[in-house]
Design a protein around this ligand. Structure first.
Ligand SMILES: O=C[C@H](O)COP(=O)(O)O
Length: 258
């Protein structure tokens, strides 16, 4: 049985300016400093405008907190106004980048083809993509949530070599549970995460599937994280709203203490 280090990542979305980001990361670092948290990886996905500040803080104080961006351009550079490239994120020493978040799919019409191009751009520049997948409410109500989510996994990883796919992080985020307070039941989340692992085994191998970390995201809080993390195919959480409160996020990171 492969041991997978849980990845607890805070997706700040479009919140916290660069000064607020510094204060927030300092609070996290202070709160996490009294115990050795090597057994859990902690990351923040910050707005582009915060990344340089977060990098300076993490590098300067040798913090164990990892950081990354919330999106990446499929292009390396050029006339793409408003976009941020892989080389730019790599220069800022980002570890992670979220790709295909449902808010990108919904508000920026990102298709599986675009998401796939962004996953490839991330790998090209040494970044680890957190590939976000998950169904809308009508899809779940129709009972097609597993099929829908697996199609997004397959589309996002299309033509990706096993050497790359083995380090991908997949975040299962049912859209109806994001920012709504409606958490997907732990058993329901496990059902889809297990199916995602099965799809990885089918696309690559069981060995590779056993290495990949699969997160759950959608109204994760300190009060429900332990139950979610107890599921065998859930290897972390992608936390939105609750990650903006440093005390609450620290409690989520320390789910094992509950
Ligand atoms: O990326 C995070 C997810 O969209 C979950 O957001 P939420 O925790 O605010 O529901």
């Amino acid at each position: 049985m492969t041991t997978r280090t849980p990845l607890m990542a805070g997706n700040w979305k479009m919140n916290l300016n660069h000064l607020e980001a510094i204060a927030h990361v300092q609070k996290l670092a202070f709160a996490l400093a009294d115990k050795d948290y090597d057994a859990v990886e902690v990351a923040v996905l910050a707005p582009f405008t915060d990344l340089r500040s977060v990098q300076t803080l993490v590098d300067g104080d040798k913090l164990k907190i990892k950081y990354g961006a919330q999106d990446i351009s499929a292009h390396d550079g050029g006339a793409y106004t408003g976009e941020i490239s892989g080389p730019m994120l790599a220069k800022l020493k980002c570890t992670y980048v979220a790709v295909g978040h449902s808010e990108r799919r919904q508000y920026h019409a990102e298709t599986d083809e675009i998401v796939n191009a962004k996953v490839k751009a991330a790998y090209k520049h040494g970044l680890t993509p957190i590939l976000c997948v998950g169904e809308e409410l009508d899809v779940r109500e129709a009972g097609n949530h597993v099929e829908h989510t697996l199609a997004q996994v397959e589309g996002g990883l299309k033509d990706l070599a096993a050497e790359q796919a083995e380090s991908v992080v997949i975040a299962y985020e049912p859209v109806w549970a994001i920012g709504t307070g409606k958490v997907c039941g732990a058993d329901d989340a496990q059902e889809v995460c297990a199916a995602i692992r099965g799809k990885l085994a089918e696309l690559y191998s069981q060995e590779l599937a056993d290495k990949v970390r699969i997160q759950y995201g959608g109204s994760v809080k300190s009060g429900n994280v332990a139950e979610i993390m107890a599921k065998p195919d859930i290897d972390g959480a992608l936390v939105g709203g609750a990650s903006l409160d440093s005390d609450e996020f620290v409690k989520i990171v320390r789910f094992r203490d509950q």
